[in-house]
Design a protein around this ligand. Structure first.
Ligand code: 5GP
Length: 202
């Protein structure tokens, strides 16, 4: 059937655990890769350059924007984030699925330039749980946490632009649901129409 990979865009508020869900999914699926973003944010303890992010400076980031090197890019809580375009397009051509774990502004840019993507929004079970998870991470100051919480509320306004919502009540459930979404999307007739036409309708 369709030999091209699926581009899966996963968004959701900071602290919802979308990074863990995506990483767990990719660990279990060799045919799926997680795109590594570039950011101007400082690395957190334990984060590695080229693995979690490409940590780059403002000048390099702007240069890459001007060269058209990003599939999308956005400012989030004062830092820049962007998806390097070439590796994502290459993996899709090679038939690998690619997950972009990105915030809503970037996701909307991808929706315009790559509408055949699948757009998934990860929700916490409720707001109280989200706040507890954010505070429990112990990686950010109170000020940054407040900023991220208010940004979370803004992000919920974009939810209707997504194809799927997925409640992260427990990581293994959320990973399973993400897998079910991806499986179902691969069976969408329109995604396979070229093959069907060639094989059965000619
Ligand atoms: P964090 O600083 O917690 O790693 O990420 C902050 C936010 O930026 C998260 O919502 C994350 O999904 C988003 N993000 C990470 N990489 C990218 C990217 O390449 N583009 C966009 N638009 N958002 C990103």
């Amino acid at each position: 059937m369709n030999s091209k990979g699926l581009l899966v865009v996963v968004s959701g508020p900071s602290g919802v655990g979308k990074g863990t869900v995506c990483a767990e999914y990719v660990k279990k699926h060799d045919d799926c890769a997680l795109s590594v973003s570039a950011t101007t944010r400082a690395a957190r303890e334990g984060e590695r350059d080229g693995v979690n992010y490409y940590f780059i400076g403002e000048d390099e980031f702007v240069k890459k924007i001007n060269e058209g090197g990003f599939l999308e890019n956005a400012v989030f809580c004062g830092n820049r984030y962007g998806t390097p375009k070439a590796p994502v397009l290459k993996m899709l051509e090679e038939g690998r699925d690619v997950i972009l774990e990105i915030e809503v502004q970037g996701a909307m840019q991808v929706r315009s330039s790559y509408p055949e993507g699948v757009f998934v929004f990860v929700l916490p079970p409720d707001m109280k749980t989200l706040e507890q998870r954010l505070r429990g991470r112990n990686t950010e100051s109170d000020e940054v946490i407040e900023k991220r919480l208010s940004r979370a509320k803004e992000e919920f306004n974009f939810i209707e632009k997504y194809n799927y919502v997925l409640v992260n009540d427990a990581v293994e459930n959320a990973v399973r649901k993400l897998g079910e979404i991806i499986k179902a999307e691969k069976c969408v007739m329109a995604r396979n129409y070229e093959y069907i036409k060639k094989e059965f309708l000619s």
